[in-house]
Design a binder for this molecule. Structure first.
Ligand code: THU
Length: 138
């Protein structure tokens, strides 16, 4: 934990309260802090098609990016699980591409916290560096 992680986790907890999770009843909150210390939060948003569900992490990222934020320091994810909830595969890809190798702060409602680096959550990630063929074959 670094200074500010408590507040980041609290922000994710507050965002979780707004989750629209009528189908799964699984509520998740996320909070993302940018390099200039702005905090963007998100909750999961489900709908009747199920498949159009958006995870809390993505809501937080899309809010940040669509407001012009670029470059991020860390992201917190909170759910009410004993084994701490970590981002789904799709979100790992997007966190990697838009936030880079950030620490991912996982927490639950009873105060347990674990921190993982994105490079450990998504080893050998595919990203834009592969689209430059010269770079990819090096
Ligand atoms: N969910 C998230 O929002 N973030 C995660 O890290 C894991 C899963 C949501 C998606 C869906 O609304 C519900 O949790 C159950 O999968």
């Amino acid at each position: 934990m670094i200074d500010g992680d408590d507040q980041l986790v609290e922000a994710a907890k507050r965002a979780r309260e707004f989750a629209i999770a009528d189908f799964s009843n699984f509520r998740v909150g996320a909070a993302l802090v940018s390099n200039d210390d702005a905090v963007f939060t998100g909750c999961n948003i489900e709908n009747a098609t199920y498949g159009l569900t958006v995870c809390a992490e993505r809501v937080a990222m899309w809010k940040a990016l669509s407001e012009g934020a670029r470059g991020f320091k860390r992201i917190a994810v909170v759910a009410d699980t004993e084994k701490l909830t970590s981002p789904c595969g799709a979100c790992r890809q997007l966190i990697w591409e838009f936030c880079g190798d950030v620490p991912v702060v996982l927490a639950n409602l009873r105060g347990d916290v674990e921190i993982y680096q994105m490079r450990d959550l998504l080893p050998r990630a595919f990203d834009a560096t592969f689209l430059d063929k010269a770079e990819a074959t090096r």
